[in-house]
Design a protein around this ligand. Structure first.
Ligand SMILES: Cc1cc2nc3c(=O)[nH]c(=O)nc-3n(C[C@H](O)[C@H](O)[C@H](O)COP(=O)(O)OP(=O)(O)OC[C@H]3O[C@@H](n4cnc5c(N)ncnc54)[C@H](O)[C@@H]3O)c2cc1C
Ligand code: FES
Length: 371
């Protein structure tokens, strides 16, 4: 937007537009005009797989406020499904690193709808069409290759391991390396190991076959473990990459796969992990004792040991939530009494009247939340 953009971002214009902010007015004129917010229009949809949980890749043309992304980062995507209030979910960017204002892709697997709440992923994967406008955050996360994409860190080999839709951030990394010429010819060995249930569930199948056949020093291994492929084990990894413990690795996928890779690497800082769902670190004693009460709605039940968000939803409540990972704070609610444990950090807190992120808070014994 150039000069106009500078003007629109000025304090004087902000004061004139108060209390709503200039972006609320710009959006009404043209959803692709923004001074601060980031929005995008869907400009392409490609169906990757079918079945009960289809996967689709959406190409998003962001507003000029988009600052670009590094391969491996994710973005928060906000949509209003069927006129309901906006819901936000995180999606890793599947295309190569982007510059400010450049289009990029997300690749979404449709999860099941919850009763009374359509799933954002199912909406995006099955009903998004070109022209749909979505709200975005800037790119976030540090599941990235170190240094500049073109020269990540010398010619050291790289190992990428993924399962299911966890392929997306690694696909962005692979695409970036290949686009920037940082393949086997530049002295780098790239091993791309991916697990899908069957060939029909394989995302990016044609492109990965092409990358595998091309003379680029990239080894692609697609394992279909429900079609005779060998499931992940330390032994299978050792056969593929004998020196894997000395190889920088990135893993993203189902908790079971990530846990096995983590065990193989021990505490090694060479392994970087991305989760799509919070990784819980054990269940402490007392985590399934007592009752959980949601004071405002009058609902209560025996504590199941799940997060407060999951227990509220199981009781039919629909508290606001976004990332469901402790990232976006949209689920923050007041805990009036009881102890909660953060399932990501393991830290417990018993302070009365404290705000907690219910998506990552597990009640330990009796707990009352103002919901
Ligand atoms: C950093 C990050 C990056 C992500 N990148 C991607 C991506 O590239 N592609 C993608 O498809 N998803 C990705 N996700 C997951 C995504 O944000 C949502 O959690 C997921 O799409 C489900 O949201 P929903 O609203 O559709 O379902 P919800 O209404 O939240 O849940 C519906 C049902 O799906 C189940 N469910 C929720 N999340 C998951 C999950 N991740 N895996 C399996 N079952 C689930 C729930 O238990 C429930 O039964 C990412 C998440 C994070 C935190
Ligand atoms: S839903 Fe994002 S922090 Fe809880």
């Amino acid at each position: 937007m150039g000069l106009a953009g500078t003007l629109l971002r000025s304090r004087a214009v902000a004061a004139l537009a108060s209390p709503h902010g200039v972006d609320r007015y710009l959006e009404l004129v043209n959803p692709m005009w923004a001074a601060h917010d980031v929005r995008a229009q869907v400009v392409g949809v490609v169906q990757e797989t079918g079945g009960d949980h289809p996967v689709a890749t959406l190409t998003l043309q962001p507003t000029s406020t988009w600052r670009g992304h590094r391969a491996g980062q994710y973005v928060q995507v906000g949509v209003e499904v069927d006129g309901a209030r906006r819901t936000t979910r995180c999606f890793s960017i599947s295309s190569a690193a982007s510059l400010p204002g450049e289009p990029f892709t997300i690749t979404v697997r449709a999860q099941d709808d919850l009763p009374g709440r359509p799933s954002v992923s199912r909406f995006l994967a099955t009903r998004a069409t070109p022209g749909l406008t979505v709200h975005l955050s800037q790119a976030e996360g540090d599941f990235t290759l170190p240094g500049s994409p073109a020269t990540p860190h010398g010619a050291a080999p790289v190992l990428m391991i993924s399962g299911g839709s966890g392929i997306t951030p690694l696909m962005s990394q692979l695409r970036t390396l290949l686009r920037d010429g940082y393949d086997g010819h530049a002295g780098r060995r790239v091993t791309f190991l991916h697990y899908a249930r069957t060939p029909a569930d394989q995302i990016f199948a044609d492109e990965l076959r092409f990358v595998d056949r091309a003379d680029n020093g990239v080894d692609v291994h697609l394992v279909h473990d429900q079609a005779g492929g060998e499931p992940f084990s330390v032994e299978s990894l050792e056969r593929l990459v004998p020196d894997f413990r000395e190889t920088d690795a990135w893993v993203c996928g189902p908790a079971g796969l990530v846990e096995k890779v983590r065990e193989a690497y021990g505490d090694s800082p060479r392994l970087r992990i991305e989760f799509f769902k919070p990784a819980t670190i054990g269940t402490p004693s007392g985590a399934t004792e007592g009752d959980v009460a949601f004071a405002r709605s009058g609902a209560s039940a025996a504590n199941t040991g799940e997060t407060l968000l999951a227990q509220a939803e199981a009781l039919g409540l629909r508290p606001e939530s976004g990332c469901r990972m402790g990232i976006c704070f949209s689920c923050t609610s007041r805990k009036t009494s009881g102890t909660v444990r953060n399932v990501v950090t393991g830290v417990e807190s018993s302070a009365p009247d404290e705000d907690v992120q219910i998506c990552v808070s597990q009640p330990v014994g009796d707990c009352v939340v103002d919901l």
